[in-house]
Design a protein around this ligand. Structure first.
Ligand SMILES: CC(C)(COP(=O)(O)OP(=O)(O)OC[C@H]1O[C@@H](n2cnc3c(N)ncnc32)[C@H](O)[C@@H]1OP(=O)(O)O)[C@@H](O)C(=O)NCCC(=O)NCCS
Length: 193
């Protein structure tokens, strides 16, 4: 399975140790973490987590990709397919190891640095990862959850063909949930990556 791919303006490859600069830029910015974590993280905390994250990173059919601007080679953010945490508030990394897709629902998510917002990149990346999921893996459906106030993310999901399904349990709470099945994705030709 090829885990390196492209879309119109972006390229994607599994996150690696050298992406620590990107991770620090993302996770120390309060505007970026506003809807994704209850706080920012220190560079030391991020460096401590990085080996675990990278070890599990897109090692199977799912994981975390670094999103890169093809024209400048600038790292813009990351996009992931990971097991949806329900009773936990973080990824169960044990489930991501190995060359197989874990049981349970697989969530799509994306985080871009602020300078990359508002240019359609998240929508482009979300569509491309869905294309990967439905063309390259046996996944039958992909889910997503958002903070109810995260209008930008809601727009990204709806423009990528996911449909809202009301409040769902996730991350030890309930939040607006979204879903797209393989069949729906195939029918929504215009939303393909
Ligand atoms: C959410 C996020 C990924 C959106 O990235 P983006 O590249 O700006 O998204 P897009 O440019 O593809 O925008 C998607 C749509 O949302 C709209 N939008 C963007 N920001 C918006 C905002 N703050 N309020 C309302 N609409 C917004 C865009 O106009 C676009 O709609 P349009 O094409 O009809 O104009 C980005 O803001 C981000 O990384 N935020 C921090 C992390 C995060 O919240 N991730 C999602 C967790 S669920």
């Amino acid at each position: 399975m090829d885990l390196i791919f492209e879309s119109e303006r972006l390229s994607y490859r599994p996150l690696c140790d050298a992406d620590i600069d990107l991770s620090i830029e993302l996770w120390t910015d309060p505007e970026v973490t506003r809807y994704t974590a209850d706080r920012t993280f220190t560079a030391e905390e991020i460096a401590g987590e990085m080996p675990t994250v990278v070890r599990r990173c897109a090692g199977g059919c799912i994981g975390i990709w670094c999103v890169i601007d093809k024209s400048t080679e600038e790292k813009l953010g990351s996009v992931f397919l990971l097991p949806m945490p329900v009773d936990k508030d973080d990824t169960d990394w044990d489930m991501v190891a190995g060359e197989q897709i874990p049981e349970g629902e697989i969530e799509i998510g994306y985080i871009l640095k602020k300078s990359a917002w508002g240019k359609g990149y998240a929508t482009e990346a979300c569509r491309r990862i869905l294309k990967f999921a439905f063309e390259e893996t046996p996944l039958e459906e992909i889910v997503a959850v958002i903070d109810p106030e995260n209008i930008a993310s809601r727009n990204v999901l709806e423009k990528s063909g996911l449909t809202g399904e009301g409040l769902v349990p996730a991350y030890t709470t309930t939040c607006p949930g979204f879903r797209v099945t393989r069949r729906q994705w195939k029918q929504g030709g215009s939303q393909r990556g």
